[in-house]
Design a protein around this ligand. Structure first.
Ligand code: ADP
Ligand code: PMV
Length: 393
């Protein structure tokens, strides 16, 4: 088995957050920050070791016990493979609970790591059970090192990136495909599908947009429950991600907006209709951006759509004084910005023009945001999805 490396990006929502909950379209894109997984075979070992930098902890799976678990599961459910993910999850929960009770695993961030370890064990067992070799067992150990540039739990899709890298690694070691053939459509679909399973562990009822964006990359239009369409962009968009450093909870914000909708259904529905029009007007701008030498007119139109979209999000009450401070600083310097995701804190995105780095005002903006205590990262929206490369010795 080879050493290999897998990178998967996070995601941002460009338009349609919240409206998407009410069956309106949204646009999401791969963000230029990624999670990196490195896989090292350990032929002399019988342990799978996971070094998780973001959680500052390590998780070990003893392969002998793992293989027994898989064997027992096959005996219990001889007829089913992938169809029984719910049953598999139930059984894996028992294993992980026992490991935590007996202290064989311990981690400083108990709750977070419990879900992570559950996801790892579940995904490994699931990919072994669904392997082309129906009797597969894991004979030799390996080491997996995962670190990430994506802030965890802040709406940038860290769990989908984590899930997609793990799924791809496990699908390789269980013989579904290799470091070259992963690009085939059916293999990407398999990665996204398993990353979705992991999203279900993390969120309960995910829309499926995060695992799709991180696997395939680019920009997508999506409607909840209706699937995805690729937006054929010419090149990724430059954006600045600004971290308000205010903790937010997506579920609370979604509930708050729902309450407003229940109180004033016609008013809020008309906001969602406008959000839908924003998506419709934005798509041709994104598709043609980068086509012409002078894109400035398109860029200015996009800026206005960003501004209108942001005002609508503010109207449904998902802004925060810290986000307002970011919008004011950006606007003062001539940049347009908006909330991305659930709001109430979390991130804002600022649209950046071509060659922004040679623009003095950009550096002033960055400096002012940083000295006001915000986290600032210039990156892209709409770049590459998951990729795998073999590592040399
Ligand atoms: N790099 C990582 N290493 C370990 N676990 C991770 C990593 N990234 C994400 N996770 C898992 O995903 C969870 C975050 O998921 P979630 O709350 O959906 O945040 P996000 O919006 O960033 O996807 C974490 O609690 C952790 O269990
Ligand atoms: C508010 C919402 O539209 C986006 C969720 O935001 P976040 O990615 O959790 O920040 C909810 C959803 O799409 O499920």
């Amino acid at each position: 088995m080879n050493k290999f490396q897998i990178n998967a990006p996070g995601k941002v929502i460009l338009h349609g957050e919240h409206a998407v909950v009410y069956k309106k379209p949204a646009i999401a894109a791969a963000v230029g920050l990624s999670t990196k997984l490195e896989f090292y075979p350990q032929p002399e070992s019988h342990v799978a070791v996971f070094i998780l930098d973001s959680l500052n902890c390590t998780y070990e799976i003893q392969l002998q016990q793992f293989n027994e678990f898989v064997r027992d599961f096959r005996v219990k459910y001889p007829e089913s493979k992938l169809e029984c993910t719910a049953k598999l999850l139930e059984d894996v929960r028992v294993v992980i609970a026992k490991q935590f009770e007996s202290g064989t695993t311990n981690s400083p961030k108990h709750l977070q790591s419990q879900k992570t370890f559950l996801s790892i064990y579940f995904l490994l067992a699931g990919t072994v059970l669904a392997a082309p070799d129906t009797e597969l067992t894991l004979k030799t150990g390996f080491k997996v090192h995962i670190d990430s540039e994506i802030n965890i739990g802040s709406g940038l899709g860290s769990s989908a990136a984590f899930g997609a890298t793990l799924a791809a690694a496990f699908l390789i070691i269980t013989g579904h495909f290799d470091e070259k053939t992963y690009t085939k459509l059916e293999n990407k679909a398999l990665i996204s599908q398993w990353a979705f399973e992991l999203e279900r562990i993390m969120h309960g009822t995910p829309s499926g947009v995060d695992n799709t964006v991180v696997t395939y990359g680019g920009m997508l239009r999506f409607v909840k429950g209706q699937g995805f369409q690729t937006i054929k962009i010419q090149k990724p968009l430059n954006i600045m991600l600004v971290d308000s450093r205010v903790n937010r909870n997506s579920a609370d914000n979604i509930a708050k907006v729902r309450h407003l909708w229940e109180t004033f259904p016609k008013v809020v529905d008309s906001i969602w209709n406008t959000c839908e029009e924003i998506v419709a007007d934005a798509i041709p701008l994104y598709e043609n951006f980068g086509n012409a030498k002078d894109d400035s007119e398109r860029f200015e139109k996009l800026e206005r759509l960003f501004q209108i979209n942001n005002e609508l999000l503010k109207a449904v009450g998902v802004t925060h004084p810290k986000l307002e401070q970011i919008f004011a600083i950006a606007f003062k310097r001539g940049f347009f910005s908006k909330i991305t995701g659930a709001g109430g804190g979390g991130y804002a995105i600022v649209l950046l023009p071509e060659n922004y780095e040679s623009n003095q005002v950009y550096w002033k903006l960055k400096e002012e945001l940083e000295s006001a205590g915000f986290g600032v990262q210039a990156t892209t929206a709409g770049g590459e999805g998951l990729r795998i490369k073999t590592l040399e010795d």
